[in-house]
Design a protein around this ligand. Structure first.
Ligand SMILES: Cc1cc2nc3c(=O)[nH]c(=O)nc-3n(C[C@H](O)[C@H](O)[C@H](O)COP(=O)(O)OP(=O)(O)OC[C@H]3O[C@@H](n4cnc5c(N)ncnc54)[C@H](O)[C@@H]3O)c2cc1C
Ligand code: FES
Length: 340
């Protein structure tokens, strides 16, 4: 297979995206599960099998025009593909790799939310904001099928051997209810692959940064905030964490202490369904109330799609430049229906 100027081997059943990222040939992507459409590319030469590419992400007309989803499609023989859109060559990319690790910690940190800490057998280099796919142990229902789920690193990239994840329980979920919230225990071995995703902070920002997270959408923002503070990449950080009730918030004490000791860091927890001695309402409304202008600032948003979309709207309303807004969405259901 040829991706841009790189020629690489693809194993049977390996997706175009997986093969390319392992060879360090960058293809823009976000969800790796066929739902976001950000990995769409042109098949310039040859044929691909679209496999389970959903119709709402890749229409029949787009297939006719020779487009494919890199995270779903596999090549049928020799193919040449071209990513769509410009690729920023200044961003450091680390090749996708398989890793093994041992569970070092698994603790309840908020309502139906766990912190999972994994000691890797070898180092993983990644950009602050990226994620991994955890391999869910086989349930024995469909032999040969590998089930993976995406979880963002909450630790900074300076910690390459010990990864931290914040995981919310999904009722009925294969990875969460049936594994991470039931059988997974300290000392267990697990498999994962990473790094993945294009939500990141790598370059120095001249203006303040507004970080808005809903629920476990806080995870990649923790990585971004720690990395930015370690390397002085953002002069002033405002971290907003939205939850419904007090029990949904976590690491409150840690951030309160950090805000009291580091003048560059400001912490804004916001509750939408419970009165308390802090801010109340929608987290995005709190941002609108706190800033009359966001000109010259950067925004990093992560969490459920409606929160992220409302956050982008709020930041644009306050005149933040669209190119300075970075986002990651955690879809609630892995895609049997289109996202709005
Ligand atoms: C880039 C990215 C990063 C992410 N990072 C994080 C993170 O840091 N922390 C975090 O908590 N989450 C994160 N997520 C979400 C996470 O990957 C999982 O989607 C989530 O944990 C649910 O997985 P599960 O296997 O438990 O649930 P699933 O088994 O996938 O089920 C999800 C829900 O959908 C329902 N469902 C499943 N199949 C169907 C179907 N065919 N029809 C109708 N309903 C169905 C289930 O009953 C359940 O309610 C991220 C997602 C993405 C895309
Ligand atoms: S990365 Fe392929 S559709 Fe989202």
């Amino acid at each position: 297979m040829r991706v841009g100027t790189t020629t690489l081997e693809v194993a049977p059943d390996q997706t175009i995206l997986d093969a390319a990222l392992r060879a360090n040939a960058w293809i823009p992507h976000s969800c790796t599960q066929g739902t976001c459409g950000s990995c769409k590319l042109s098949v310039v030469c040859g044929r691909v099998d679209h496999r389970d590419s959903p119709e709402y992400t890749l229409t029949a007309e787009e297939r006719e025009r020779g487009m494919a989803l890199a995270c779903m499609a596999t090549p049928c023989g020799e193919v040449t593909v071209e990513p769509i859109g410009a690729i920023d060559e200044s961003i450091p990319r680390q090749p996708l790799r398989d890793h093994c690790g041992t569970v070092a910690e698994i603790t309840e940190i908020a309502d139906h939310t766990r912190r999972l800490v994994v000691d890797l057998d070898d180092d993983m280099a990644f950009n602050a904001g990226q994620y991994c796919e955890l391999v869910v142990p086989s349930t024995g229902t469909t032999p040969g099928t590998v089930v993976t789920r995406q979880y963002s690193m909450a630790n900074p990239p300076s910690e390459t051997r010990r990864l931290e994840f914040h995981i919310k329980l999904t009722p009925g979920g294969v990875a969460t209810e049936r594994w991470i919230f039931s059988t997974l225990a300290v000392g267990d071995r697990l498999r994962l692959r990473g790094p993945l995703g294009q939500f990141h902070l790598v370059a120095e920002q001249t203006g303040p940064g507004i970080l808005i997270g809903g629920g476990t959408g806080l995870a990649p923002l923790c990585s971004i905030a720690s990395h930015a503070l370690e390397h002085n990449l953002i002069p002033e950080i405002h971290l907003y964490h939205g939850g419904r009730r007090r029990a949904d918030l976590y690491d409150v004490e840690r951030f309160t202490v950090l805000a009291a000791t580091d003048s560059r860091f400001h912490y804004h927890p916001v509750l939408s369904e419970q009165e308390w001695d802090g801010a109340t309402g929608l987290v995005t409304d709190a941002v609108l109330a706190d800033f009359s202008s966001c000109k010259g600032m950067s925004g990093f948003l992560c969490g459920p799609p409606p929160m992220v979309q409302a956050g982008v709207k709020a930041l644009k309303r306050r005149r933040m430049a669209p190119r300075m807004i970075f986002r990651e969405e955690f879809p609630a259901i892995p895609a049997t229906t289109p996202q709005e």
